[in-house]
Write a protein that binds this ligand. Structure first.
Ligand code: SER
Length: 316
């Protein structure tokens, strides 16, 4: 059967790259990109795009019926830092959009991908090699919506047999599209600082370790999970997913090897307590066992690829 896919939130950091990869795999005309924002420049001319509000169930369902959609990737969300500035909107957008898509999923028999995050974990969780099953008491509104969302997905799966799949993404690092409103965003911003000004001021302290991943690994993980045989996926909440763990000091050292004059300084702000509530590293052995997940980018490889590509993008 030819899959027909709708990406909701296609103009965000993940959406832009996921849409491009899906278009290569399934054919451009079979991937409908949508967002409440105007079309991202990287998507223009690459396939169909519609303006869509993830909180408007009626318009989403009409589009899904009209286009005979079989799979939905729901990526629209407010992230951790923005969520702390506007917790009410964070709850409303993140939960309403998910419940809309889950309800439509049951009615239209869709397969769904919805991302969770390392933000589900809080200060009571073991911080090193955080296991798949552990204490989960998120402290940010973003984390609350992600854990509530995981439970909601699990409920729809068990109650209605819905095929909804999810991973707990770590901080994602990419050069094509920029992140926005997250606590892990410093690990992308630092490259822009390094190339444009030779320096960067980190909003996290030098030894703040967080789980991170290069975008190509994240996109591959997403597609591998979505195409894995259903019977292999025994874990009913979102899968832990891990690749690299580093601190601002360590990524700065890796950049300095390639840009010797690079200088980093530290001015921790409201992002710090959010980062301090999250794990330093993640145990993703369940994902590795269930659907064969493995990462390809370590810190050095990721830093090289980021600098090479961003230099070409920024220094024109
Ligand atoms: N990258 C996200 C954030 O920092 C975590 O999922 O909010």
């Amino acid at each position: 059967m030819q899959e027909k896919i709708l990406v909701i939130g296609a103009c965000g950091q993940i959406g832009v790259e996921l849409t491009a990869t899906l278009r290569k795999k399934y054919g451009s005309e079979n991937i409908i990109a949508s967002d409440v924002r105007e079309e991202n420049a990287l998507l223009v001319g690459t396939g169909p795009f519609v303006i869509l509000d993830a909180m408007n169930k009626g318009t989403i369902q009409t589009l899904i019926k009209k286009e005979k959609i079989t799979i939905v990737y729901l990526l629209a969300a407010l992230l951790s830092a923005t969520g702390e500035k506007n917790p009410k909107l964070c709850w409303e957008l993140n939960m309403e959009s998910l419940q809309n898509v889950l309800d439509i999923g049951v009615e239209e028999k869709l397969k769904i991908f919805w991302p969770s995050s390392i933000a589900v974990f809080g200060t009571t969780t073991p911080r090193e090699n955080t296991p798949q099953k552990t204490v989960i008491e998120p402290t940010t509104m973003y984390g609350v919506t992600k854990y509530a969302g995981e439970l909601l997905c699990q409920y729809y799966k068990k109650r209605f047999g819905l095929d909804v799949r999810s991973v707990r993404y770590p901080g994602l690092i990419s050069w094509k599209s920029e992140p926005g409103g997250g606590t892990t965003d410093y690990a992308v911003d630092i490259f822009y600082g390094a190339i444009r000004e030779g320096k960067y001021t980190s909003f996290l302290s030098e030894n703040t370790y967080l789980p991170m991943m290069y975008m190509d690994d994240a996109i591959r993980a997403t597609l591998e999970l979505m195409t894995a045989p259903k019977e292999k996926l025994k874990n009913s909440l979102a899968y832990n997913l891990s690749a690299i763990s580093f601190s601002p000091k360590e990524i700065a050292e890796a950049i300095k090897k390639r840009i010797p004059n690079f200088e980093i300084s530290y001015e921790p702000d409201f992002h710090q307590p959010i980062a301090d509530s999250w794990p330093k590293s993640i145990d993703d052995s369940v994902a590795r066992a269930d659907w064969g997940w493995h990462h390809e980018y370590d810190l050095e490889k990721m830093v090289s690829v980021m600098l090479e590509n961003l230099k070409m993008k920024l220094v024109k």
